[in-house]
Design a protein around this ligand. Structure first.
Ligand code: DX5
Ligand code: ZN
Length: 218
């Protein structure tokens, strides 16, 4: 029985207190870092300099989610800044196998992300290469949106694809994850839960991390 991992999204933190916010999350497995370029998504967030500050403020592994149109040009910046996992969108990458190779050469784990409208079947060509698949459960660009119910079926379909291929990547779900859907996500086959608002807007963020982990672990 593998414990589900919880990856709180820094996007929902109070940036005037970044260090204190991360200090309150000592039992998070990963810290999720949402990079937005204003092209791939209609918003800007933060970049490698802020990632370095996050790195100095936590012992958790850094889980970087790149919502950018040119991932091949920026992945090295994030590995240099301390990323442990770098996930790039299937919709944005011209040569995903080359990006995955580069990340592995640099000693990082490589992830692929699909948006809500992108079918799971499009992962067929890269499923043997990646360490992690991230299924978006909201349209990317903003925190605090509500969870898209169709995600459960996508997670189950991805599980079946992995079984057919004999591979076992981490399966991460991102967007609108709360205490009320964590159990169903774990049952569908998710192994990493990202949560922004549910964690950072809580009075006791650490308790929410533990509860998400317990609910998600089947
Ligand atoms: C959305 C981001 C998510 C977001 C999750 O573009 O990729 O990681 O921060 O935030 P919540 O949990 O508030 O939906
Ligand atoms: Zn994200």
């Amino acid at each position: 029985l593998d414990r589900v991992k919880v990856s709180p999204s820094v996007l929902a933190a109070d940036f005037t207190q970044l260090h204190a916010e991360l200090d309150r999350l000592s039992d998070a497995d990963y810290i999720h870092f949402d990079v937005m370029d204003g092209h791939f998504v209609p918003n800007h967030s933060f970049g490698p300099h802020i990632l370095m500050a996050v790195k100095r403020s936590t012992d958790a592994l850094l889980d970087v989610h790149l919502m950018v149109t040119n991932p091949d040009e920026v992945i090295d910046w994030y590995v240099d800044a301390g990323a442990d996992i770098v996930s790039v969108h299937l919709e944005a990458a011209d040569d995903l196998p080359a990006i995955i190779n580069r990340l592995h050469e640099r000693g990082a784990l490589a992830g692929v992300v699909i948006n809500p409208p992108t079918p799971v079947q499009e992962l067929e060509g890269v499923i043997d290469l990646v360490d992690i698949v991230l299924i978006m459960s909201v349209n990317p660009g903003f925190g605090g949106q509500s969870f898209i119910e169709g995600t459960y079926d996508k997670v189950r379909e991805l599980r079946r694809m992995c079984e057919r291929h004999g591979v076992d990547p981490l399966i991460e779900v991102d967007g609108g994850v709360t205490l009320s859907n964590a159990r169903a996500l774990g049952e569908a086959g998710a192994t990493v839960l990202v949560a922004g608002s549910a964690v950072f807007k809580a009075e006791d963020p650490s308790m929410i991390v533990r509860e998400l982990r317990e609910l998600g672990t089947i």
